[in-house]
Every structure is written in structure tokens, then in C-alpha cells.
Write a protein that binds this ligand. Sequence first.
Ligand code: NAD
Length: 533
Amino acid sequence: MASVIQREPKVDEIVSYNPATGEEVGRVGQSSEGEVRTAVERSREAFHKWKKTSFRERRALVMRAREVILAEVDGIAHLISAESGKPFGEAIAMEIAPVLDLMQYFGRRAQSILKPKRINIGLYATMGRYSKIVHHPLGVVGIIPAWNYPFSIPLGEAVMALMAGNSVVIKPSELTPLVGVKIGEIFEKAGAPEDLIQIVSGDGRTGAALVDAAPDKIMFTGSVTTGKKIAAAAAKNLTSVVLELGGKDPMIVFDDANLELAAGAAVWGAFCNSGQSCSSVERLYVHESIADKLTKLIVEKTRELKQGSGDREDVSIGAMSSERQLEIVQDHVKQFREAGAKVEIGGRISIQNPKSKIQNLFYEPTVISGATNDMLPMQEETFGPTLPIATFKTEAEAIRLANDSEFGLTASVWTRDYSKGQRVARQIEAGSVCVNEVLYTHGIGQTPWGGFKNSGRGRTHGAEGLMELVQPQHIHVNRFAILPDAWWMPYSSTAVETFRGFATKFATGSMRKTSLLIPQLARRVWELVRKKK
Ligand code: NAD
């Protein structure tokens, strides 16, 4: 296989290539371990100033950064497309627009989500006490993203971290380093304080150095294998991690679904970003009675798609991002064929430029019928433009097949019966389940994002995601601090009798039962007061 690499990079630099053309997009220096450590130290200094800022000041920075992006939408989209291979329009629709929305949302709403909250402490309140939660930032947040959404994922996480009062160090993927550098430039232009948001460049070694430099949180997006390595390395410093990992997302189509819509959704859900989305439709389960009809519709829609270089506006499917991904796709399609499934359309490399000497990274959108869960590529993440279709007979079977996976990131259910849709959704083991929609909910920054099972730990986005970036502090106030507490020392038989009452009356949560304890409580407190005298 010919290589996309045309000229050797220097040892200490990363070269970024356009996967559609093999041309160099640019190069960046590889940050050394020492540089990464220094970045984290400087980040911590920046944090100590930033944590004192008001939400208004934080919002102002985020909104200025938004303006910088808005002024450069096309330029940023072309850079994303050039480094990742995805169509230029898709970069706008699926990266820039959603992250702009996330920025305005958390810019405006972080303050109210994080405002101090009173807690109902039940009968303790009758003793003149109250409790509230206040949220403190964590410190330095290290962000290690994948290459498939190189702009929206790290930028969205960075914005949420900054709004919560943290500083940020991002280590972009080595396949998309210039998009990472661009994020740094955006904040520089927006007037971010020095070292508040830093970019360190490099491959997995730089990522490992960032974990070892002991930031206060790691936000990781990538494979299960790397996620496990990061969790193990982070454990050495007790650094907490959010892991956004792989998926093998099922789409279930019932016989009462709108088939035209379901077919369009399946095509977009499986093939956008050349199938390289963690929430791509990777398995389609259709009721056997409509399987032929739906498959035909999907094949027709797939035939209409134009494939080519991502900088063209009429292109729906660009190049895959790397040879490694292409090889996995080829291997999975081969395995499907060998196991007896049928390739309905696609199933091969798409020749775009026959004269090109570099490895062609375009793979045709591929629809496969007759798939079953015992075929290996129905279990492993493909991360490519393939849509295997399997059938089911009953609702219970559809749920069982969908849950038969180590992953649980997203899923979708298609039916005109909304209560059935939601009933099925609740039984699917996945972090997000859509009824009559696919894939796009990562774009709704207001909602939590994260996986069940091996698809991850913790959440990004939504209030739940913001809470990952703060530490809660409980403040408890006794407004009745004139008498000793009944459970203080010294103990006595009166004390033990009172404690029994706590266990049998107070701990029931019943005001009526607890009121029976009042005489005993008074004896005990009087005992303590007398002793003091
Ligand atoms: P990857 O695990 O190879 O790399 C991800 C990042 O980790 C890169 O920046 C890489 O340089 C870094 N890295 C590698 N080794 C490291 C180490 N030992 N220590 C620290 N950092 C290290 O993943 P990838 O190929 O870039 O991304 C594809 C995967 O990402 C797929 O499995 C996909 O499903 C997943 N993904 C998940 C989500 C989600 O939200 N759940 C979103 C996008 C992608």
C-alpha cells in the first residue's frame, strides 16, 4: 500500500496531510515532555487568576471567541475539511454551528446551572440547620480529543471548562494538529489571558505526558484501548477522567415506521463523516416484513451520493481520515462477505484520481444485507462508511440484538407509535437514545453526552457535563448554635437512650414519630448543659 507521507517529518515535528489529496496541510512542532509539564504548571498559575473572575468576564471571553469564529467560518471549515477529509459543508453543519450554539448556551447559562443550591436535609432542618452546595472549579483541565470532530469536541469541552472557572491544556490528535492550533489562535484573538488556554502538539506520547503532568481532570475522547491506558495512568495521581469512547450504535426500524424518513436517516447516520462518528449508525435492525423495501430505499439513496474531495460543495462523502481506518473497513467488509452477508452497493475503494501515486483513502458508501450478530464486524467498531442490515421478528428480539454489544453510546428507534418508541428506548443500554432521529444529539450541547458499558465513563455537555468540571462543596450552617448537640460527649445512659430514639424515631423521617423524642432529647441536652456548668 502506497503511503500518503511524501517527505519525512523531522523527529520533533508533526506533518499534517490532506487525506483526500495527500498534500501537506502544514506542520507543527512536537511538544516535549518538559514542555507539556511547563504548560500544565503555567496553566495552574493562570487558573489561580481565572477562578476569581466573574461569570460575566468569562462569558465575555467566550462570546468574543464566538465572534472570531463567525468571522472565519469558511476558513475554519476548509481547514477541518483539509485535515480530516470530511466535506466542507459538513464541517460547518456538524462542527462549527453546534459549537457556536454550545458557546452561547454555556456562556449564558453556566452561572445559573452552577449557582449555589439549597439541599433538603429533612428533619435536621427542624434543629435550625441548613445546607447548600456551592461549586468550585477544579484547576487545570487536560483535553485529549480524537481526530473525527477535531474542532467541536475539544472546543466545546474547553468552553465549558473555562465557564466553570478552570484553565485548559489541549493535546489535539496528531492527525488534525492544525485545527488544534486554530483553537488556540481563536482564544488569542479573543484576548484570553496568557496561558489560560494552551495547545500542546504531538501524538500519543504527548498525550501521555499531559496525563503524567497531573492536571486536575482529563477529558478524553478516543478508543477503548487508549481510554484504559489513560485511566490507568491517571490513577497514579488520582486524576479523575471523563472517557468518551467508541460505539457500535444500533438503529431499530419497526414495521410502522415512516420508511422514507428512516432510509434517509440511515444513509446520513451511517455515511456522514465517512462513517467516522462515534455515534454513526453501525448496525441497522429492521422488522423482517419491511426489510426488502427499506433496503431498496437505502440503496437508491446511497446511489445518489457524490463522493470526492471535501472542499467541493456538492460532495456528500469525502475521504477517510487515515490508512488505518481504511484497512479496518476493508477487513470488515471482507469478513461480512466471507460470513455470507451480501454487499448491495459499494464494498470497494472509490477511485477518485487514478493518476495519484498516494494511497486512495476514499471508500464507497457500502450497504450490506443479511448481517447477523454473530458476524465479527457486527460486534467491533468499524468507524467507516458501512451500513450492515439485519432483521428481527419481535420487539423483544430487536431490543436483545441492539443490546448484544460491549458498547452503549447512542441508539435510535423508528416507529410512528411514540409510546412504543419510548418504551423501547428505555430498554436500550445506551447513553442517548433517539426516537425517529439519528446521530445528531452531540450537537445539542444542552443535553448530556456519554456512554454506557465500554462506550465511556462520565458525561460531557449538558448540566451533567458541566458538573464534571467542578467540585461540589457542602456548606452546613447551624442557626441554632446556643445549645450543645445531643450526640456530643460525654456519653451516658441518657445519651444511649436518646441515640436509640434517633434510630427508631428520628431516622424514620416522620415528624410525628420524631416529636415523641422531644422529652428524651430535652433530658439529654439538659444533662450536657448541666455538666458544662
Ligand atoms: P485514539 O484512542 O487512537 O486517540 C485519541 C487521542 O488519544 C489522540 O489525541 C491520541 O494522540 C491520544 N493518545 C493516544 N495514546 C495515548 C496515551 N497513551 N496517552 C494519552 N493520550 C494518548 O482514538 P482515535 O483513533 O483518535 O479516535 C477514534 C475513536 O474515538 C473511536 O473509537 C471513536 O468512537 C472514538 N470517539 C468517541 C467519541 C465519543 O464522544 N464517545 C467521539 C469521537 C470519537
